[in-house]
Design a protein around this ligand. Sequence first.
Ligand code: AMP
Length: 195
Amino acid sequence: MPLDLVLLGAPGAGKGTQAQRIVADYGIPQISTGDILRAAVAAGTELGERVRPIMESGQLVPDELIVELIRDRLEQPDTANGCIFDGFPRTIPQARALDEMLPEIGRRITKALFFDLPDEEARRRMLGRAAQEGRADDTPEVIDERIRVYHEKTAPLITHYRESSTLVRIDATGTVDEVYAHVVAVLGSPDGGRT
Ligand code: AMP
């Protein structure tokens, strides 16, 4: 059975870090729309030029564009056994698009892992990451805007996935290892994994 995971949670909740651990142990790729968009910005492509100002202001890129990116990515053979959607879906229309896209290839969301973290802690972590990675959207003003946009547009997905009984809440306040132990408890031990 393919393993298709949605990682939900505020920016800074640790979705990317947990996704990398899941990639290593469960052998399915991470699809991070944020990473794909940042790569396009860095490469100076037409897409990158279009999304750069949107990302720098902490707003969301239009749904159609994101859904197209995901559709293309799901055609790559490395996603055949499932994948980790990290930072996607971000809106109800994106979630609906995914709910239609996966059945077309005989799949469905296995679990939506909601990494629950208080806003203050998310903000603190993002400021720390800003110092390390120097992301253009990790300034204090943009961080606040991204958290606001998260509550307005993305938090409703918690209800969406609760309704389809795929939602699992994970307390994201612990260390990376503590949070990951909870993830493994939810997913079951990986075959031949290193945990
Ligand atoms: P992230 O790295 O996931 O926090 O994404 C960084 C930025 O990329 C976001 O603030 C948005 O501007 C854009 N972005 C990433 N994923 C999405 C998405 N699924 N829908 C809309 N915009 C996105």
